[in-house]
Design a protein around this ligand. Structure first.
Ligand SMILES: Cc1cc2nc3c(=O)[nH]c(=O)nc-3n(C[C@H](O)[C@H](O)[C@H](O)COP(=O)(O)OP(=O)(O)OC[C@H]3O[C@@H](n4cnc5c(N)ncnc54)[C@H](O)[C@@H]3O)c2cc1C
Ligand SMILES: *[C@@H]1O[C@H](CO)[C@@H](O)[C@H](O)[C@H]1NC(C)=O
Ligand SMILES: *[C@@H]1O[C@H](CO)[C@@H](O)[C@H](O)[C@H]1NC(C)=O
Ligand SMILES: *[C@@H]1O[C@H](CO)[C@@H](O)[C@H](O)[C@H]1NC(C)=O
Ligand SMILES: *[C@@H]1O[C@H](CO)[C@@H](O)[C@H](O)[C@H]1NC(C)=O
Ligand SMILES: *[C@@H]1O[C@H](CO)[C@@H](O)[C@H](O)[C@H]1NC(C)=O
Ligand SMILES: *[C@@H]1O[C@H](CO)[C@@H](O)[C@H](O)[C@H]1NC(C)=O
Ligand SMILES: *[C@@H]1O[C@H](CO)[C@@H](O)[C@H](O)[C@H]1NC(C)=O
Ligand SMILES: *[C@@H]1O[C@H](CO)[C@@H](O)[C@H](O)[C@H]1NC(C)=O
Length: 625
């Protein structure tokens, strides 16, 4: 019986990382080659890519080849404790120096493994608010992507597990009816343990002016104070749940679903018909050893799911992108499209530190400071899958709209935004349509900024005193482009962090809000919080600014937007059905298509994009959805 085929093309030494139940199949089929032609080729077996491939092969008929640069990882490839992925599962891309943060460079975190980001990420399983996705639909052509258009796909993309009775007792709230109900084996769950300090922190925020407490965030109410599930599977010792499992390892054998690992797609090949570039095949090279290239054809469509960091690079290598960038890299432009690689958005953050000097017991510090406590926690996890180690991901979030944390500064910020010229903080040579697209984004973001249902500032907490302050609706835009000296090598990646100065000002206010909270909250007082960093000597906004420039981070690993779903005359790259402009049979299904980054960590949005993309692709092929 032919099973799902994992082709390593002679690289049998790589099979040690394969799931044991497939090992035999691989050894038997190891020398086999890929078929010359498939119905669909998906580039990247990541979050969205594996989702698309799983759905397209469900009928058992349509043949799909997924090409993935990384390898397959099973649970035992993740290092204990607990679920921290090994460096081998990451890319090692670094940004160019960022002038607003003392020319520091930042690593661009990205999963390089079957499962992509979900195999290596922080497992926070949250969605943006209704407001965020309704914003997407404000671009002409994107009407199907408002909240009502994406909610069914969010629901479909996972199985939700209710918290344990003890955790309900503790205070975790949820609403299955409004937010969940799907059966896909990707699991969102609550850990069976919380520290008592979490409750005190929650209370301290809940009583603040302007903070709305939500029973459930995932039904569109992702603003205020709420619980966030973790991508973990209680039936498997609360281990990580990720797309490489749910959409590949756990998929019943399907002869029509082929996965080629340790291989890189370097180009999409086109044939020009009636003035349109029609995608026909991909060129593939092995990652290791013999690097002879080969091509595989797609009868129906080629789907790029290589992540916002790689999809635009692949388009550029294929001749789709800004003419100047392509020509500099010696690539013949087929479709001049300046938006390919532009519009990069991520969630920058600062991390101030505090300490509860009279903390309640137990608290997270015990895991590092108290060997007895740690030994007990390990035993609890190993024997019963419970205790602190089952709760390794932060579970509560404060997601504040601008008026809630800016308070009397709100008007000043709105005035400053209104006074900005759209081109004011963009590269001076930016093509006209990209400026027009940014102007439209500014118009939308200004309304989000004034709104009480759109998060701008995120803070996470889970019993320890720490000051994560994440800017979830940035105004700065970065880009990614081929390195002209080495087009196939690592691309040039520029966050353009804080290039719009309003982002720095927002970071200052967010950091000041948190330190003020720790310093003045009556509910936190019994814990005797003290500020360690930036510390009492950094008093003024200017002091905080200097601290931010020296220490803040560019990214949460949430790269989005580099092949945006927007009208072409606004610098968009794909239409509302995810088809690349100027081409046929070529689409994008990953976070590259995001026009405006949602106020949430990004994995759930990538899953939903994968689910919706599969339905769009089936519909245009005349297949049942
Ligand atoms: C360290 C880290 C922590 C994070 N924490 C969280 C979190 O807690 N919660 C959350 O919601 N989100 C988190 N994220 C973000 C989230 O995981 C990603 O945004 C999301 O998974 C991206 O999905 P994607 O489908 O767009 O791309 P990916 O999942 O990255 O998939 C792209 C795939 O394409 C492959 N590929 C690329 N180029 C090629 C090529 N040329 N040929 C073949 N294959 C190729 C890659 O190897 C990869 O497997 C985190 C990300 C990182 C990196
Ligand atoms: C990144 O570096 C690690 C070593 O730190 C390595 O194992 C891994 O293969 C590298 N990733 C890629 C994509 O080359
Ligand atoms: C950053 O580098 C640029 C170019 O090398 C230089 O002009 C600038 O002064 C540097 N800025 C800082 C803060 O070091
Ligand atoms: C959970 O993951 C660990 C490695 O992190 C692995 O050893 C263990 O077998 C897994 N448990 C289950 C039940 O899958
Ligand atoms: C490399 O692989 C190609 C086919 O993919 C084969 O034709 C060629 O002989 C191989 N070269 C070596 C040195 O093994
Ligand atoms: C934090 O507080 C604890 C007491 O709860 C104390 O033992 C520890 O030294 C403090 N840490 C720092 C860095 O001040
Ligand atoms: C360390 O942990 C043990 C076991 O939970 C507990 O009994 C003890 O009081 C802790 N010690 C301190 C100093 O907190
Ligand atoms: C595991 O659960 C059993 C049954 O509730 C209990 O007796 C045992 O003490 C638990 N083990 C640990 C390490 O907590
Ligand atoms: C807002 O109020 C604080 C005092 O609560 C004051 O220090 C600050 O200057 C005020 N800001 C503006 C813009 O009015």
């Amino acid at each position: 019986m032919a099973h799902k085929i994992l082709l390593t093309l002679g690289l049998l030494s790589a099979t040690h990382a394969l799931p044991s139940r497939w090992r035999n199949a691989v050894v038997q089929r190891g020398a086999a080659d890929v078929t010359k032609e498939y119905d669909y080729i998906v580039v990247g077996a990541g979050t969205a890519g594996a989702t698309v491939a799983d759905r397209l092969t469900e009928d058992g008929i349509k043949t799909v080849l997924v090409v993935e640069y990384g390898t397959v990882a099973e649970d035992d490839s993740f290092m204990p404790p607990w679920n921290i992925p090994a460096p081998q599962f990451f890319y090692n891309l670094t940004s160019v120096p960022q002038p607003e943060t003392n020319n520091r460079t930042f690593s661009v975190a990205n999963g390089c493994v079957v499962g992509g980001g979900t195999a290596v990420n922080g497992q926070l399983f949250n969605r943006g608010s209704k407001h965020d996705y309704d914003n997407w639909a404000r671009f002409e052509g994107n009407e199907g992507w408002n909240w009502d258009g994406v909610l069914p796909y969010f629901k479909k993309s996972l199985t939700f597990n209710k918290p344990t009775p003890e955790m309900e007792e503790f205070g975790i709230t949820y609403d299955v009816e409004a937010a969940y109900g799907g059966k896909t084996p990707i699991y969102a769950s609550y850990p069976p343990f919380q520290y008592p300090g979490q409750k005190i922190q929650w209370q301290a925020f809940a009583e603040k002016e302007g903070v709305v407490v939500q029973k459930e965030h995932a039904d569109g109410h992702a603003y205020g104070l709420f619980w966030i599930p973790t991508a973990m599977d209680p039936a498997r010792a609360y281990n990580r749940s990720f797309s490489g499992q749910g959409h590949w390892i756990y998929v019943p054998p399907r002869e029509n679903y082929h996965l080629l690992t340790d291989h890189r797609v370097i180009k999409v090949n086109f044939k020009r018909r009636q003035g349109i570039q029609e995608a026909e095949s991909v060129t593939i090279i092995p990652r290791f050893g013999n690097s002879t290239a080969f091509t595989v054809k797609a009868k129906q469509e080629i789907i790029l799911s290589a992540a916002a960091t790689r999809t635009p690079m692949l388009l550029q290598l294929s001749g789709i992108g800004p003419k100047k960038v392509l020509e500099a890299a010696g690539i013949k432009p087929l479709v001049d499209m300046p938006g390919v690689g532009w519009n990069l958005q991520d969630h920058s953050f600062s991390f101030s530190t505090f300490n509860f000097t009279t903390d309640v017991w137990p608290n997270p510090a015990q895991l590092t400071n108290n060997a007895t406590f740690r030994a007990e926690a390990i035993a609890q996890y190993q024997q019963n899958n419970t205790g602190p180690y089952a709760a390794y991901v932060v579970a509560s979030g404060l997601f504040l709209p601008a008026p809630a944390f800016l308070q009397n500064f709100t008007q000043q910020f709105v005035k400053e935004l209104l006074a900005q010229h759209p081109a004011g903080y963009l590269p001076t040579d930016l093509p006209r349509e990209l400026v027009a697209g940014y102007a439209k984004q500014m118009e939308i973001l200004l309304e989000s900024f004034k709104s009480k249902t759109s998060a701008i500032f995120e803070h996470l907490f889970s019993g320890s005193a720490r000051g994560t302050a994440i800017l979830v609706k940035p105004f700065s835009r970065g880009f990614i482009k081929l390195n002209p000296a080495d087009p196939l090598g690592e691309p040039i990646f520029d966050y353009r962090l804080l290039s719009n100065p309003i982002d720095l000002k927002l970071h200052i206010r967010m950091a000041q809000y948190l330190r003020e909270h720790y310093a003045t909250s009556p509910t936190l007082k019994p814990l005797s919080p003290v500020e360690l960093d930036p510390g009492p000597s950094a008093k003024t906004d200017k002091d905080v600014e200097d601290w931010l420039r020296a220490k803040m981070f560019a990214s949460n690993g949430h790269s989005c937007g580099t092949a945006a779903m927007m009208p072409r005359e606004l610098g968009g790259v794909v239409d509302g059905e995810l088809r690349v402009y100027g081409t046929k049979r070529l689409s994008v299904a990953d976070l590259s298509i995001v026009p405006l980054i949602p106020g949430s960590h990004t994995m759930t949005t990538a899953y939903a994009i994968g689910e919706k993309a599969a339905d769009l692709i089936k519909a245009r092929a005349g297949l049942g959805v």
